[in-house]
Design a protein around this ligand. Structure first.
Ligand code: ZN
Length: 156
């Protein structure tokens, strides 16, 4: 498998507005960044870039939702890392062959490879590798972006 880099890191936080303000104060994150409500995914999130890596601060609306659940079990912190791969089918095949299991995407209720706004993605279950949960993404080439995502380049 060919990992090109980290696309994003999702951090589970209790209160995204408070967390964002701290990132802005301590790390100089653009003050124009504001949290947004991603109702489909059940979360309120703030997204910004550290160089080539996008940071996603994620707060669940409901207890029991994935980020709230993560905080119950582990406290605030890294929820998952999205690795950019050159071929998601190869990456997923290799992970499965090595014993990984797939996890449902809680935004889309789909298990396995499926379309998101920026690329094809797939979640692996639990801690297939210690310390972080993995999402693979094969970023679309400009001519591969599905019709329904062409107007909104950045909506999870
Ligand atoms: Zn999805």
């Amino acid at each position: 498998m060919d990992i090109l880099g980290i696309k994003h890191m999702a951090i589970a936080v209790r209160d995204v507005d408070t967390a964002l303000a701290q990132y802005q104060r301590f790390l100089g994150v653009d003050p124009a960044i504001e949290p947004m409500d991603l109702t489909k995914g059940g979360s309120r999130e703030a997204h910004f870039d550290f160089g080539a890596v996008e940071i996603q601060l994620c707060q669940s609306y409901e207890p029991g939702h994935r980020f709230a659940q993560h905080i119950d079990q582990h406290g605030e912190g890294l929820h998952h890392v999205c690795l950019s791969v050159s071929d998601i089918h190869v990456a997923v095949e290799q992970a499965l062959a090595a014993g990984a299991e797939l996890k449902e995407c809680s935004s889309c209720n789909v298990t396995g490879i499926h379309e998101h706004s920026e690329g094809w993605i797939c979640f692996l279950k639990g801690e297939s590798v210690p310390g972080m949960e993995i999402e693979f993404m094969q970023v679309y080439e400009p001519d591969e972006v599905p019709e329904r995502f062409r107007s909104s380049p950045r909506n999870m």
